[in-house]
Design a protein around this ligand. Structure first.
Ligand SMILES: Cc1cc2nc3c(=O)[nH]c(=O)nc-3n(C[C@H](O)[C@H](O)[C@H](O)COP(=O)(O)OP(=O)(O)OC[C@H]3O[C@@H](n4cnc5c(N)ncnc54)[C@H](O)[C@@H]3O)c2cc1C
Length: 382
């Protein structure tokens, strides 16, 4: 897909509002409005439903571009595309027919509700019961972290399947905002990713059982085929975009007349540091493109070598992109690296990227990968 011309408008609006959205921990409503108007909320919606017919590679490319100006907006966009792709690939025909044109028209911004207070981030279990009565599911979901939850038009929510006999029987339900009573239970004052406005909420309502996405208790299959891979691809794209934007601004600064007074471009320390940062980004980029390619051409994504790769992308992108920006802070020093108000805004990117290893805990994925590595004695690298 060629770059949509409306992307420039989205980038300009996101850049204009980034500083105050971060300072005030405010959701970037102007950027969301620009995304709505651009048609990009329907990026992954097939053309026959009015969408742009974009691929996972398009999600990665556009998320990277948006995150170069504001990582929070990049994440909001990438996560929305992950939810939209889940509907495209796993919702039944009636739900698709209702939601896909609305996504394409920019009327449906989707939020994700998977985290729970008791089980933390673990994606494949739930403690949230729903009761089924006739064709209706009664949802009462405590949702401790919901990016854009106040602004979303609809939610994809994980719960236990109604007749579940184990915490791993997790269902995914689509609920429209107007089908729910939404209560905001607290504020959002984090270190970084402040413009994601990921507030705690309680969602209550009666939802038609026809709004189940996938089979009852079948969320694991959705995670394996779509939800997990696209989460790791789009998050990594957001982190890489943010870190690449930071490097670009630093290089521009060093080469500027003002920067030339401060930096000696033949300094071996400076050159070695720049090479280290650039190397980290090239490594993540190579891993991201390779993972994208493997995900695109593999039928069964559940096999250990592919799962290992998808998880390694996430953990390495989180570590390497943060480390790259940390090194840039060291390289440019206090004024442009550590203080707010610098035109390089490394300080914000540093705080934003600190969330990467926590946004689905790297520790959880490393534990999973250790177990998977034991299953793959032949070391079949994907
Ligand atoms: C910017 C941002 C936006 C988010 N948006 C959303 C959203 O829209 N919707 C949503 O549902 N969630 C969202 N989340 C939540 C996120 O995806 C994670 O699920 C959540 O951050 C995990 O929270 P946690 O660290 O408290 O829990 P956990 O994953 O439970 O981790 C808590 C701690 O336990 C450790 N740990 C985990 N497993 C083990 C183990 N087996 N042994 C030892 N230690 C272990 C971890 O390393 C970590 O230190 C968002 C998070 C961020 C940062």
């Amino acid at each position: 897909m060629s770059t949509p011309p409306e992307l420039d408008k989205v980038l300009a609006v996101a850049a204009e509002h980034a500083e105050h959205a971060d300072a005030d921990a405010e959701f970037p409503t102007a950027a969301l409005d620009a995304l709505r108007a651009s048609g990009l909320l329907g990026l992954v919606v097939p053309v026959e439903h009015g969408g742009l017919g974009g691929t996972f590679a398009d999600v990665v490319d556009l998320t990277m571009r948006i995150a170069t100006v504001d990582m929070s907006v990049g994440m909001v966009f990438g996560m929305h595309c992950q939810q939209a792709a889940t509907i495209v690939r796993h919702a039944g025909p009636a739900l698709r027919a209702e939601l896909l044109p609305a996504l394409a028209r920019g009327e449906l911004y989707l939020a994700s509700v998977t985290t729970e207070r008791g089980k933390g981030g673990h994606l494949l279990t739930s403690e949230s019961e729903v009761t089924a009565e006739g064709g209706t599911l009664h949802v009462d979901r405590d949702a401790p972290v919901v990016t854009g939850g106040v602004h979303a038009d609809g939610y994809l929510v994980t719960t236990l399947a109604p007749d579940a006999t184990s915490p791993s029987q997790v269902s995914l339900i689509y609920a429209a905002r107007n089908q729910l009573e939404t209560q905001v239970l607290g504020g959002w004052q984090p270190l970084g990713m402040r413009a994601t406005h990921s507030v705690p909420m309680r969602l209550t309502g009666d939802i038609p059982a026809s709004q189940l996405v996938g089979e009852p208790g079948g969320f694991r299959d959705i995670v394996t085929a779509t939800f997990g891979p696209l989460a790791h691809l789009s998050w990594s794209a957001a982190w890489l975009g943010a870190a690449s934007g930071a490097l670009s601004r630093v290089v521009g600064h060093i080469r500027s007349p003002q920067g030339r007074k401060q930096f000696n471009t033949s300094s071996e320390l400076l050159l070695t540091r720049l090479a280290g940062v650039r190397g980290r980004l090239d490594l993540v980029h190579a891993l991201l493109r390779h993972t994208l390619d493997v995900v695109d051409r593999t039928q069964d994504l559940s096999v250990p070598p592919v799962q290992l790769l998808i998880n390694t992308l996430k953990t390495q992108a989180a570590v390497q992109c943060f480390a790259a920006v940390d090194e840039l802070v060291e390289l440019v020093g206090l004024r442009h690296g550590y203080l707010r108000g610098s035109a390089l805004w490394l300080e914000r990117v540093f705080r934003d990227l600190r969330s990467a290893s926590l946004n689905y805990a790297n520790d959880r994925l490393l534990l999973a990968n250790g177990a998977l590595a034991l299953l793959d004695q032949e070391v079949r690298l994907a």
